[in-house]
Ligand binder design. Structure first.
Ligand SMILES: NC(=O)c1ccc[n+]([C@@H]2O[C@H](COP(=O)([O-])OP(=O)(O)OC[C@H]3O[C@@H](n4cnc5c(N)ncnc54)[C@H](OP(=O)(O)O)[C@@H]3O)[C@@H](O)[C@H]2O)c1
Length: 278
């Protein structure tokens, strides 16, 4: 079976560099999708309170023959749970829904700098971390200015920053800031939800390597050092997205893919996004 490389987080915890994302997988489809992902060999699942499928992720883990400790599980705090007490309650609920005593990684999903104080939510995550109920804590969609504030006002530095990144949004600046501060970069929507797969330059390079466009783009992420967890409900594509470790891109190939950057987001801008579910 393919061995997925691990990345060492700033507290020594090892995270598989390739995982399986479950955003937009309906709860009723999630047990089957995660079961298939585990069968293929994925050992890292990325979910969130906002996705509404943590229970089903937990059911798939419980039904598998794997020990839960073999699967790296990430979840994220919902945008309407950022006060200290609420964040702790929401964290407890995630553990209960996932059916786990401890989660591997828990993130603040969005900074929501205009409507909330994310440092309060961070203190709640620090509490859960100090109690050993989460192995690492991190953030998502944080810009360098959000991270600077977190560093200045709180104790535990984030282990991870999960940001939108793909060939049309390479994110050199945030990735460099993360690297400089020992924060691992996770790339969400790594294939831009399919948008980059029809790019002529990507199609041509994929053909040269006898790989699919998705494999080419995911391999580019891996060689840049990004952690990725592409989503698919199609078993063939789930397998395709897992088969990334028997070919290599040259520096020229990597540079060519990075040069496609257009600073184009497919999701919200963290500096303006302030969606809080009721
Ligand atoms: N922190 C955040 O704010 C945030 C935001 C968005 C996403 N995420 C995380 O990142 C994960 C991945 O991002 P994403 O789900 O938005 O997008 P993505 O992984 O870039 O793309 C998923 C889309 O591409 C299709 N697809 C997957 N593999 C393919 C392949 N090999 N060839 C052609 N099409 C393929 C899927 O369709 P099928 O299912 O039909 O295959 C789906 O429509 C999420 O599941 C979630 O865990 C985090």
């Amino acid at each position: 079976m393919t061995t997925v490389p691990s990345i060492s987080l700033n507290n020594g915890v090892q995270i598989p560099q390739l995982g399986f994302g479950v955003f937009q997988i309906k709860p009723e489809d999630t047990v089957e999708a995660v079961t298939e992902a585990l069968r293929i060999g994925y050992r890292h699942i990325d979910t969130a309170q906002m996705y509404g499928n943590e229970k089903q992720v937990g059911q798939a883990i419980a039904r598998s023959e794997l020990d839960p400790s073999e699967i790296f599980v990430t979840s994220k705090l919902n945008n309407n749970r950022q006060s200290f007490d609420d964040a702790l309650r929401a964290f407890d609920q995630s553990l209960a829904d996932l059916g786990l005593d401890r989660v591997d990684l828990f993130l603040i999903h969005w900074p929501l700098a205009t409507v909330r104080d994310f440092t309060e939510a961070w203190r709640a995550l620090e509490r859960a971390y100090s109690e050993g109920r989460v192995r690492s804590i991190g953030v998502s969609n944080f810009q360098p200015h959000h991270l600077r504030r977190l560093h200045a006002e709180t104790e535990v530095p984030p282990a991870v920053n999960q940001i939108e990144a793909h060939p049309y949004l390479v994110q050199d600046e945030v990735r460099a800031f993360n690297a400089e501060h020992q924060i691992a970069t996770e790339a969400w929507s790594p294939i831009a939800q399919g948008l980059v797969l029809d790019d002529p330059a990507i199609l041509e390079l994929a053909q040269q390597h006898d790989r699919t466009p998705a494999q080419l783009v995911l391999r580019w992420h891996i060689q840049l050092g990004n952690i990725v967890f592409p989503k698919s409900i199609n078993p063939k594509r789930m397998q395709e997205n897992f088969d990334l470790f028997d070919f290599e891109l040259s520096e020229t190939d990597l540079g060519m893919i990075s040069s496609l950057n257009r600073d184009q987001r497919t999701g919200p801008d963290p500096d303006t996004f302030d969606y809080v579910p009721s």
